[in-house]
Design a protein around this ligand. Sequence first.
Ligand SMILES: Nc1nc2c(ncn2[C@@H]2O[C@H](COP(=O)(O)OP(=O)(O)OP(=O)(O)O)[C@@H](O)[C@H]2O)c(=O)[nH]1
Ligand SMILES: [Mg+2]
Length: 329
Amino acid sequence: MRGFPTSIQVRNSVSLAKSIILQTKNSFPTDAKMIIPKKTQKPTKILKPHRFKSTQEPEWAKFNDQYNEHYSAPTISQLNPINHYFNIADVTYEWSVASFADIPSEWLKDKYRGQESDKVTKRFPGKTYVPFELVNELPEVIFLGRTNAGKSTLLNNITTVFQHATLEKSAKMSSKAGFTKTLNCFNIGNRFRLIDSPGYGFNSSAKQGDVTMEYLRERKELKRSYLLIPGDKGFSDLDLGIIEFMRENGIPFEIVFTKMDRVRNLTNFKEMVTASGILNYPTLPQLIFVNSAITKTCSKRYGIDRLRFSLFQSCSLNPLVKPTKKKVN
Ligand SMILES: Nc1nc2c(ncn2[C@@H]2O[C@H](COP(=O)(O)OP(=O)(O)OP(=O)(O)O)[C@@H](O)[C@H]2O)c(=O)[nH]1
Ligand SMILES: [Mg+2]
């Protein structure tokens, strides 16, 4: 592709994410410092469905209603079509970038900066050598959080048919902290894009932080950020720093507590939520509580329909909207 940045991975949106292996090493610029991730925690043993014992809803699953009383709860007639959307939608990996300017549409904007916008759009197909699918404007949401918070796993979780115990592997996930090294874009049913970001904190790099912060500040398509907090760990100073950054810059966000299946003491957990101060914000974010792993204590994935509903709301999508392509198994 003549004139197109080399540090970018572009896939035709027709190909399915299932068959794609994210080559994060290749997509990371050669001048970037290589990171050798260390193991930080034991991977969770995922049980096969026939070994589930308990079908009882865990106590924490009710938090999704209790902490969001000020938001109207989704109705079954809203949830059903939205769940159906995610079950049949194509999940297409589109690009990975290590710097903001390499995002296909940003790269084009840079190239044609100062020219009239209608001229720019006319030039997109054919002349720019960038597939139109990558520059068509769709609403975007981003998953943010420290390394190992469960961002990539959550992306796979929401795009996996709810009845399936094993997650689809659209985004690569790992028990090694610092695994995702670039901003990775996934087109979900051609109605919105979900961006998986490199984690901050342990085993991350300043360059990875820069690309994410620039994306948050500059990206016009960004509709909402989802800050992931591992429920078993609580807020870190960096998490609180990101919240302050988003509040100061007027970036709308929600908070997703991941790995709720690992939380042993719910009283301590609630105290941690209160102590963080998030309940006192005038624009109280939604708090969503999820588990992406099925374990002995958690026989289903909870909170996912709530999160899917929130994603639809963030992108101003009608619950009845249909994806434009069908998932091929
Ligand atoms: N028990 C449990 N484990 C989870 C859950 N979500 C993720 N994990 C595990 O946590 C580890 C890290 O998950 P990732 O999705 O790779 O985390 P990430 O935030 O993308 O991490 P980086 O790419 O390093 O920033 C993996 O071993 C996952 O299996 C969850 O809800 N419950
Ligand atoms: Mg990741």
